[in-house]
Design a protein around this ligand. Structure first.
Ligand code: PLP
Length: 470
């Protein structure tokens, strides 16, 4: 059996930067302008200060960080990014960075293929999920100028905000207690008429819940509504719907599979694609929507008649390094169910199951809702079955775990409505409108190894808080 050593960022960085330095030298030596010089003492002290200030971050790379959506970029991505960043190509126009522009076209086709979209789909990378979704909503508005957007209440807040920017009316659709769009509410909304586009979410930012895309699509089609899937967080999980992927109990494969029938999809390689920030992607099933982007620029597009990425993007300058890093990563760790990205995502989904089982095994913690992807929700067990008791105990455990001097554990706090919480746990008395619960995003495959131990430590901390209170 072949072994696969984890590459170190250090070795890859040195190789990448040496190569680029040699390439630069091959163009001939020249003198840098004096004005670019920096006083060595000042440089030393400013760098000291900078590096020290960076220590103010939470340890995002460590399994003990199980809080917000932050995934360490892969060493391959970091080194590939650094190499291209040194050259600083701009993927706005082909002559701003021919190699990374071609790489962008290739990775965008790979992403479309993974999502099951047709080969002819049109797409490009973006600065992130916000711009990707903005472009989808903008195209939707161009196609259905006087129609509203139906958006579930648990969709990312960016849809509301961008609808304001675009001056498009939003009709809210309710969600069930676990945060998935309610089909009955969707049907009622569609029947009232005036809906041009429905936004579905494949992996909510809150609890990683997946809207019933497979059941919503036929409803939308029956009412001639366009479908945009916001898969910024969850798009890569579609790999796990393939036969060769590891089977995982409770994984909503059917809903992820249905993404292939969407009209547009947003997906963030900087969430689950192992990329540094600045890498989102928008994909359109019908390449003819490219006509909405049409414009002519007197100063940019002069090298060829080939497609320029700037012609199909709302953003102008974009880091070619982002495309290069994603290209290199997906060559080293392919978009496959049983190699590269697939096993990494499967480990995250299994980590969430392990975490949930471990919570269920302790007396000190309780599961709020079983995870669909890799985000878990749980609360400390409280003597009193009320929302305010749950709220205070969750806040207290969040603080105590994070401030543990020996081995801090970082979780996050999520607010659930009284309706949702009492539906999930009918024994709770609703003495508040909403309550904090603990939420952990298990985006690192190492979480699979450490989940049970981390839950044990949280349970111990919860117990000590509980006995201190009584
Ligand atoms: C993160 C996220 C966004 C916003 O994307 P950014 O990359 O942060 O701009 C939109 N939708 C969903 C579902 C997300 O998880």
């Amino acid at each position: 059996m072949s072994t696969r050593p984890s590459p170190t960022t250090d070795a890859l960085f040195r190789r990448a930067l040496q190569h680029i330095e040699d390439w630069e030298q091959s163009w001939g030596a020249f003198d840098r302008h004096d004005a670019l010089g920096v006083d060595p003492d000042r440089l030393d002290s400013v760098f000291d200060e900078y590096l020290e200030r960076l220590e103010g971050n939470y340890p995002f790379h460590h399994p003990r960080y199980a809080g917000q959506m932050l995934k360490p970029p892969h060493p391959v991505a970091c080194a590939a990014y650094a190499a291209a960043q040194r050259i600083n190509p701009n993927n706005h126009a082909l002559d701003g960075g021919p190699p990374t522009s071609h790489m962008e076209t290739e990775v965008v086709a790979d992403l479309a293929g993974m999502l099951g979209l047709p080969e002819a789909s049109l797409g490009h990378l973006t600065g992130g999920g916000t711009v990707a979704n903005l472009e989808a909503l903008w195209v939707a508005r161009e196609l259905y100028p006087d129609q509203a957007l139906a958006v579930a209440e648990n969709a990312h807040y960016t849809h509301g905000r961008m609808s304001d920017v675009l001056d498009v009316e939003v009709v809210p659709v309710s969600a069930d207690a676990r945060g998935r769009m309610d089909l009955h509410s969707l049907e009622q909304t569609l029947e009232q008429g005036g809906i041009g586009t429905v936004v579905l979410t494949a992996g909510t930012t809150g609890l990683g819940a997946v809207d019933p895309i497979h059941d919503a699509l036929p409803l939308c089609r029956a009412h001639d509504a366009r479908v945009h899937v916001d898969a910024a967080y969850g798009g890569f999980f579609r790999l796990l719907t393939e036969d060769a992927a590891p089977k995982i109990e409770g994984f909503p494969a059917e809903r992820f599979r249905a993404i292939e029938d969407a009209d547009s999809v947003a997906i963030d390689p900087h969430k689950h694609g192992l990329q540094p920030y600045g890498c989102g992607c928008i994909l359109f099933r019908d390449p003819a929507v490219g006509r909405f982007y049409q414009h002519d620029s007197p100063y940019t597009y002069f090298t060829s008649d080939d497609l320029h990425l700037g012609e199909i993007s709302l953003e102008c300058s974009r880091a070619g390094a982002a495309a290069g890093a994603l290209w290199c990563t997906l060559k080293a760790l392919p978009l496959a169910p049983d190699d590269g990205l697939g096993p990494i995502l499967a480990a995250c989904v299994r980590a969430a199951r392990t975490w949930t089982d471990a919570v269920a095994d302790t007396d000190a913690l309780r599961v709020v809702a079983p995870p669909e992807t890799d985000i878990v929700s749980y609360v400390p067990a409280t003597p009193e079955a009320s929302l305010s008791a749950v709220h205070e105990a969750s806040q207290a455990l969040f603080d105590a775990a994070m401030n543990d001097p020996d081995a801090p554990i970082f979780t996050s706090v999520y607010r659930l409505s009284a309706d949702a919480l009492t539906t999930l746990d009918p024994s709770l008395r609703a003495d508040r409108d909403e309550a904090a619960v603990l939420r952990s995003v298990l985006m690192k495959p190492e979480h699979e190894t450490y989940a049970a131990d981390l839950v044990d430590r949280l349970a111990t901390t919860a117990q000590s808080l509980d006995s201190a209170a009584t």
